[in-house]
Design a protein around this ligand. Sequence first.
Ligand code: SF4
Length: 317
Amino acid sequence: MSTAISNPLALIAELTHRCPLHCVYCSNPLELQNRANELTTETWSRIFREAAELGVLQADLTGGEPLARTDILELVRAARAAGLYVNLITSGMPLDEARLAKLMEAGLDHLQLSFQGTTEEIAADISGTKSHAQKLRVLEWLKRVRVAVTLNFVIHRNNIDQIEQMLALAESSSTTRVEFANVQYYGWAFANRERLLPTHAQLDRSIETLKSAQERLRGKIRVEYVVPDYYAKYPKPCMGGWGRKLMLITPTGEALPCHAAQIIPGLQLPPSKNFAAKTGCKNPAKPATAASKISAVAAAKPCSSPATQPLPIPSAR
Ligand code: SF4
């Protein structure tokens, strides 16, 4: 039996944990890294080149908020120069039309804009910041540039009944793809899951709506959705199977097979300055068992009671 591992196709580059928003479902780890520990422009540029040499086709520049990096234009340029398709995954917060134009000049191919809901009230409730009006402005600017656009709605108990309005927002924009990603309960979301997890009835209603939207918008907008593992018939393969499609580099340079791998007890992550030796493609880290994954999640910070305590929120400097 062959033990060869194919190269991942996409590199998720977590450029920073810093973000102007503080979403209670953020997939950042509970221990956030500060700016001083982030990889430099030069190191990321080398990572992009080495990733391309390994066969990676796409760089997903994410965070935290990747636009919090003052060198974001250089990083987009470097990823493009390495021959990668460049996707910026952003909240749209530290952005204006002039900066968007500069990102386009630097070689941006695709922009994914995340939404917390369809009203300022829900967005502020989830992220602790008024951000919805700015996101609507970004949607207008995106209509005026040649860039592929994905809208990402993170779905939870308080916005799952707004899916029709979310679809209407997508249809009024230049997007050709919209993701309805139910919160996945790791990290901050696990800590806040009592408040975020929709009911089974809410989820069933939303899936009916999304299925009929997929039919109605076929050929115009691709509608995708992810259900929470809690209600899935079977747990989904993490990241579509470790290292098969994607790999992730953290702001400080750890190479991971998925967003949450660092909380898996006993997982040895190879400490290295050399990207190729850290990818898991040539020197795979010993995979954790399903049981150890479950115990890792169970050992994470227990859920706070929304009635009596402020929700834990992510915040990095
Ligand atoms: S989930 Fe919210 S807080 Fe976390 S990186 Fe995205 S926008 Fe920022």
